[in-house]
Design a protein around this ligand. Structure first.
Ligand code: HEC
Length: 152
């Protein structure tokens, strides 16, 4: 009897472990902190690359590639932090529209992802004119999304 119960408990624990999806966050606050951290990093790389492109700092092709590749990698990371259940509530600047219009939000994320991927390719090519054009295009995504989905 005793052994039987243990076996049943062990079997159901195993089932739960198998069914539960991989989860990156402890709770909604953790998911909010994650996505805000992603955007802080996005802003840092965008600012530094923008300064090089505007000539405020010396243009360095290696650094430009690193910044552009970082932007492209980060552009893929933010969405996960919005998909966590309950993360529409808490210390967030995200507008309710993120969740009421998740398809529209995902489309903006996808555009940001493809424009930053194009920026990374331009940087890898070493063509400074192409980097500048791709940067201007990629940077338009910030305001285009914030105006609909982020409170100031
Ligand atoms: C597809 C939508 C989208 C795109 C594209 C986007 N953002 Fe955001 N961003 C958001 C949302 C939504 C928040 C609010 C997150 C929160 O508070 O939970 C945010 C927050 C931020 C924050 C504030 C982080 C904090 O916690 O204070 C910064 C800075 C930021 N974004 C910069 C940028 C820059 C720079 C770009 C473009 C290179 C960009 N974002 C592109 C949607 C976007």
């Amino acid at each position: 009897m005793n052994l039987n119960l243990k076996t049943v408990a062990a079997a159901s624990a195993l089932t739960l472990a198998t069914i539960a999806p991989a989860q990156a966050f402890d709770d909604a606050d953790d998911a909010i902190e994650f996505r805000q951290s992603v955007f802080h990093l996005v802003a840092a790389h965008t600012g530094a690359l923008g300064d090089m492109i505007k000539g405020k700092t010396d243009y360095d092709a290696g650094e430009a590639t690193y910044r552009a590749e970082s932007m492209a990698a980060l552009a893929k990371m933010g969405l996960e932090g919005f998909e966590y259940p309950g993360s529409d509530k808490g210390e967030t600047k995200a507008k309710p529209a993120v969740w009421s219009d998740m398809d529209g939000f995902k489309a903006k994320m996808a555009k940001f992802e493809s424009d930053t991927a194009a920026l990374a390719s331009a940087a890898q090519s070493g063509d400074q004119g192409a980097v500048k054009a791709a940067f201007v295009t990629a940077a338009k995504n910030c305001k285009a999304c914030h105006s609909d989905y982020k409170n100031r």
